[in-house]
Ligand binder design. Sequence first.
Ligand code: ATR
Length: 288
Amino acid sequence: MNSINGKTKTLGLIGNPVEHTMSPFIQNLFAEHMGINMVYVPFHVEKGRLEGAIIGAKALSLIGNNITVPYKVDVLSFIDVLDQRAKIIGAANTLKYSDDQVFGYNTDAAGFLTSCQNEGVFFEDKVVCILGAGGAAKAISVVCAEQKAKKLIIVNRTLDKAEALKNTIQQYFNIEIEVQDYAEVLKLKEANICIQTTSIGMYPNIKETPIGESTFFRNLEWAIDAIYNPSETRFLSLARENGVKTLNGLGMLYYQAVKAFEIWHDVIIPQPIIEKCFKLFNDYIYSR
Ligand code: ATR
């Protein structure tokens, strides 16, 4: 940090709360490895002050911001140019300030896709079951549809939200989508991949799982959890015990940050740096 000088560029996360964010660790790690003179910090923004924060960020010549809870949807009002995924998802998590304009992106979808591709999870012609219908589920559904999944089964406690997500996706993609509740989905035999996007099972509630019946897992090839803490949720351990391949949410978090960094600085991070930083990030998260 003592390398900060008159030429240092500033970026940061806008949200509330922001105290537990991993983004400063990841972004400053990339900066160090890429030799970019920047600093990335958390910005706690009070309710009702998002517009002021963005006007201020532009006035202070910030390069860009990440946007997190609760502002990912509200921020759309302040974006001049929105990327296609952010438009479909209806939420942006990355802003770039350039030529006095605000460019908005959703890098969660890219993060999920890269994490899956790295592990050999492919969606083409697969039946994919998605648990949850919130922000993470939207980004993940877009990826599954883009990658030409055969069918999506969206499962949610609040069925209206699952129906709304189905309608949004079908507005943009020609894909079969079914909505089910948690009781119905237990009978499901045709799914190849199941993706858990709710907060159920997240630390400290590590014994919880949205699906606890072993029989559900037996026909799956992959079980994926958007949660990364704990590294293996109850959902993933049940899957593993039933012979299913598993992937947690750490890669999704990491690769959305890779994508944001690349957008802000107009660079491609070389693969050896991506791999080295992922290892450092993994150690940082799981050795604390
Ligand atoms: P995120 O951006 O992380 O996806 P979100 O948009 O708040 O967060 O969505 C949370 C998702 O987890 C929703 O699908 C929510 O279900 P509802 O739409 O019915 O609220 C789901 N969820 C959270 N807690 C849950 C619980 N205890 N049981 C079932 N679903 C739950």
